[in-house]
Design a binder for this molecule. Structure first.
Ligand code: ATP
Length: 626
């Protein structure tokens, strides 16, 4: 008793602020939420509960029979009784184990179904998250939550919840049996229990804290792997000769992880030393006190009774030990759920308005009215952007790198929402339009062409899963990529490689143009690659886009004169503002931002006859430049 009190005070004194801060807040709401995942399976759970209760009692009963075997069979010299009791004991053990198998199956079934539900729910939720979420969160962290955190839930159900039930039932049944046999010996056994409590609590907290740190370290390792083991990441490492630096970074995180894991495994081990000693001392004390009661006080206890008590006491240590460890597991599980719920609770930034409009069709007309936008509060990116793109027309957006061109187009399919002002699509504020309708009608060929690792056909079908062979060929022809495809042995079934890396930049872009053509959007946005393509690829892309933009509403983020010349109007963006607008011939004479861009960027020779002719006309209009 004295030891228990002293240990408690010591534990209090040694509890740091950090330890306190690291405990998950186990609120009623959290528990309610956790259990809400179990409620759909309550029937199966109820059955599991019955199985656990029956098998726990059945597994304890042979212990009681041991006393009878000793007293009635062996000491009472009744062979028939001895055989009967042994067979009964064997039958009970077998039945208890068989029920255990059924219970394990049901438990696994429930756990798998709950994680299935959770994974799907998380995937659906993450898909609704905005671009901001994906650009500001570490990919490793997202993947860890989707994989290991949710897998952890499975172990919570198969182990933690099950252990709580099984151990509580076994403990209660064993204690009731003990007290019914002899309350003095039972009380003695119970007195030894507090000796476990103190060290387990302390070890539990340390382990919980270390688990959190190990989890963070694991996220960091996943992050490093994601960055360095990706094709483009490796390329960067190689080209900058950063192998040693990356290795050191990985090794240091890996080393930290190992130290944390060892500390976590070791925390609480010393507790087992106490536990094992107590486990051995307990029976001896019972024999001693039991013996004294029989010899000195002539109490009515048989040797069989003492054996049963010793057996039952032995059976209580494990549940007590498990239940105390469960406190740690319980905290861990709650921390796990808290982490998962944190993701679920992240608000969906961009979602359908409750009364979202789905028009019959749209012309793809775009209007920006006084649009202000920033990715983060510290820095405003777009300032009072206003322009109108009439249906069937095209506009080229030009400007220095980082001026906000891609940001402008990101606002049209609502990858982000404006801070003030409005973006209208087909005459309706995009925030009032049905998101699926909006995104279906806006086609983007982005700078970074993303192709899935599969065939060209599979990549095309991503835009329209019921596209016919003819439709695909027509789109490829329009995108000026069909000649390339037909020159390949496998044609449309040519593999594009990881992220399309088996193809050249120009081929990838033309395939993505074909893909967007199959989607057939009302508005086409073409974010021209800044990276230099060779002039043949460039002119092939140019030949592909020229007729496309003539027939539909389009926005071109342009870095090349030929693209700019193809548009009806040019918007010049600088520092998030439209500073000049008009036709090439007028802008070039202004001597402003456009003229400077023209002199430094656009004035490059081109391949197509049409572009050459247009460029010549344009060049003639330029003031004297150096
Ligand atoms: P480029 O021609 O080089 O593609 P751009 O004109 O398209 O450039 P944007 O990509 O629109 O420029 O970027 C405008 C500014 O916004 C840049 O300063 C950039 O650093 C910043 N920015 C872009 N994306 C984000 C983001 N997801 N979070 C925070 N800032 C961003």
């Amino acid at each position: 008793m004295a030891g228990g009190g002293g240990g408690g005070r010591m534990g209090g004194r040694f509890m740091t602020e950090e330890e306190k801060a690291n405990q998950p807040k186990i609120t009623k709401a959290l528990l309610k939420r956790v259990f809400s995942y179990l409620t759909p399976y309550w029937k199966q759970l109820a059955f599991v509960l019955v199985c656990i209760a029956v098998s726990s009692v059945m597994s304890l009963y042979p212990q009681v029979l041991t006393g009878k075997i000793l007293d009635k069979g062996i000491i009472g010299k009744d062979l028939n009784m001895l055989i009967f009791l042994i067979l009964a004991s064997f039958g009970l053990t077998l039945a208890s184990n068989l029920i255990g198998v059924l219970e394990a199956y049901l438990n696994a079934w429930i756990a798998q179904h709950i994680t299935f539900d959770m994974r799907n729910q998380m995937f659906a939720h993450l898909q609704k998250m905005s671009q901001r979420f994906f650009t500001s969160n570490n990919q490793g962290d997202i993947i860890t939550r989707m994989t290991s955190d949710i897998s952890g839930v499975e172990s919570v159900i198969t182990n933690t919840f099950r252990n709580i039930l099984q151990n509580s039932i076994t403990l209660v049944v064993a204690l009731v049996m003990m007290f019914r046999m002899n309350w003095i010996l039972a009380l003695l056994g119970v007195c030894i229990i507090p000796l476990f409590v103190i060290p387990t609590r302390k070890a539990g907290k340390t382990r919980w804290k270390l688990t959190g740190e190990a989890q963070e370290c694991n996220d960091e390792i996943n992050g490093i792997l994601n960055e360095t083991m990706s094709v483009s990441g490796q390329l960067l490492v190689k080209l900058f000769g950063k192998e040693k630096q990356e290795y050191d970074r990985y090794e240091s995180a890996n080393g930290r992880m190992i130290r944390l894991n060892i500390r976590e495994r070791m925390a609480g081990r010393w507790f087992f030393v106490v536990l094992n000693t107590v486990t051995n001392i307990g029976p001896m004390l019972l024999y001693l006190v039991g013996g004294i009661l029989i010899i000195q006080y002539k109490k009515d206890i048989s040797p069989g009774d003492i054996t049963v008590m010793v057996g039952l006491l032995g059976r209580t240590y494990m549940p007590v030990n498990n239940l105390l460890n469960i406190q740690v597991d319980w905290m861990r599980s709650m921390a796990l759920f808290t982490r998962i719920f944190e993701y679920f609770d992240m608000p969906v930034e961009i979602e359908n308005a409750p009364d979202a409009i789905t028009p019959e069709s749209t012309t793809g007309e775009v209007e920006f009215n006084g649009v202000d936008f920033s990715y983060d509060p510290e820095r405003q990116i777009l300032k009072d952007v206003t322009f109108k793109l009439e249906a069937g027309h095209s506009v080229a957006i030009v400007g220095p790198s980082g001026s906000g061109k891609s940001t402008i187009i990101n606002l049209i399919p609502r990858l982000y929402d404006v801070q003030s002002g409005e973006v209208r699509f087909g005459g309706i504020d995009v925030r009032k339009l049905d998101l699926t309708f909006l995104r279906k009608n806006v086609g983007v060929v982005s700078q970074e062409t993303y192709l899935f690792n599969g065939t060209i056909r599979e990549n095309l079908l991503y835009a329209k899963d019921d596209a016919t062979e003819e439709e695909m060929i027509e789109a490829c022809k329009k995108a000026n990529i069909y000649d390339f495809i037909s020159s390949q042995e496998a044609g449309l079934d040519t593999m594009v490689g990881n992220r399309g890396l088996k193809l050249s930049g120009g081929e990838k872009q033309r395939i993505s143009i074909a893909r967007v053509l199959l989607k057939n959007p009302a508005l086409l946005i073409f974010d021209e690659a800044t990276s230099a393509l060779d002039s043949i690829s460039e002119s092939k892309i140019q030949e592909a886009i020229d007729p496309i933009i003539e027939e539909r509403t389009s926005i071109l983020i342009a870095h090349r004169l030929s693209t700019i010349l193809a548009a009806d109007e040019i918007l010049v963006v600088k520092d998030g503002q439209i500073v000049e607008r008009g036709q090439h011939s007028d802008l070039v004479k202004l001597g402003g931002v456009y003229t400077e861009l023209y002199n430094t960027q656009f004035n490059r020779p081109l391949n197509t006859e049409k572009a050459k002719a247009e460029q010549q006309t344009a060049v003639n209009a330029v003031p004297v430049t150096e």
